[in-house]
Design a protein. Structure first.
Length: 312
């Protein structure tokens, strides 16, 4: 073969190979994450999009897909004319304002006490955390007995202390929501304590030693060292606790069924009633999106506030 033929053969363009090594590695990666992506699309994205579409329709679940009728924004307009929904929204706001700050305040105080050289520290951690991992229904059943108007230990103690007419708690329109708030705080407190303790263990002990040398008291160290350095932990708990408080359902369903006289009805419970008892799925979907927007707004405000504190 001549030199010219050899050069021509070597300079001849080689056919492109589609399945290169890089493409095979990319395909393998996609195959590994495919179950997770498909699951997310089926379980999260599709229901989210479908509920948004349903919120613009009137649909009786019993009638099947053929019973879907487009009504535009009528469901959202009707929501803010619905006294029951406005009452549920008010109850939800009161529930959040009454549980999140109190739980976080108690959580950081108890965490600080346990974090110091407290005897049987491990026992107290477990004792506070056990209610959080217990079944909500089991906890509600125990508290239902404690709240019994005449035979419950809570009212028995109040009467022993001289209160002749103690609250009827779960069957009293003025106290039903407060009674559930007390149970919720008691159950969630252990989780808050564990998270705050984790944040406190990351604070260098040298800061406390230096503050002690400078003559700072224990309260001063807590106010000027512990609380500022717990900022990210506090922010995390504020977001998760707020979202959790807006999703309260099972405890209310078991204890009061939203009563008496809608005094303990919250948005998630009303979504359940409208969607799965009255079968008004379009109206229930509109409620779901209003709840989603409220949670997103509260989360955004908390995020912006925390970001400004960090910046300054």
């Amino acid at each position: 073969m001549s030199q010219h033929a050899i050069l021509t053969e070597t300079t001849k363009p080689q056919p492109k190979v589609f399945w290169t090594r890089k493409r095979r590695e990319q395909l393998a990666g996609w195959l590994f994450i495919a179950p997770e992506v498909i699951g997310m699309l089926v379980i999260a994205v599709f229901p989210l999009v479908f509920s948004l579409i349903l919120s613009l329709t009137e649909w009786n679940l019993v009638g099947g897909l053929s019973a879907i009728h487009f009504v535009g924004l009528d469901n959202f307009v009707e929501l803010f004319r619905d006294n029951r929904f406005l009452q549920a929204l008010k109850n939800n706001v009161l529930f959040t304002l009454g549980t999140v700050p109190v739980t976080m305040l108690l959580g950081v105080v108890f965490s600080a006490l346990i974090h110091k050289k407290l005897y049987a520290k491990t026992y107290f951690k477990v004792a506070f955390f056990v209610p959080y991992i217990c079944s909500t229904v089991a906890i509600a059943a125990v508290w239902q007995a404690l709240y019994h108007p005449s035979k419950g230990p809570v009212n028995q103690i109040l009467m022993q202390l001289g209160l002749s007419d103690p609250p009827r708690w779960l069957v009293d329109t003025s106290f039903s929501l407060i009674a559930i708030m007390i149970i919720y705080i008691w159950q969630l407190l252990g989780y808050q304590i564990i998270i705050f303790l984790a944040g406190m263990t990351n604070i260098p002990e040298e800061l406390y030693e230096a503050a002690t040398i400078d003559g700072a008291s224990g309260i001063g160290q807590f106010r000027r060292i512990t609380l500022p350095l717990l900022g990210p932990t506090t922010f995390f708990l504020a977001i998760t606790s707020t979202i959790s408080s807006f999703k309260i359902f099972d405890m209310i369903k078991f204890l009061t069924d939203g009563g008496p006289n809608y005094s303990s009805t919250v948005i998630v419970y009303q979504i359940y009633e409208e969607g799965f008892e009255r079968f008004k799925m379009g109206y229930a979907s509109a409620m779901s999106w209003v709840l989603f927007l409220i949670i997103m707004l509260v989360t955004s405000i908390t995020w912006i506030t925390q970001s400004r504190k960090v910046h300054y």
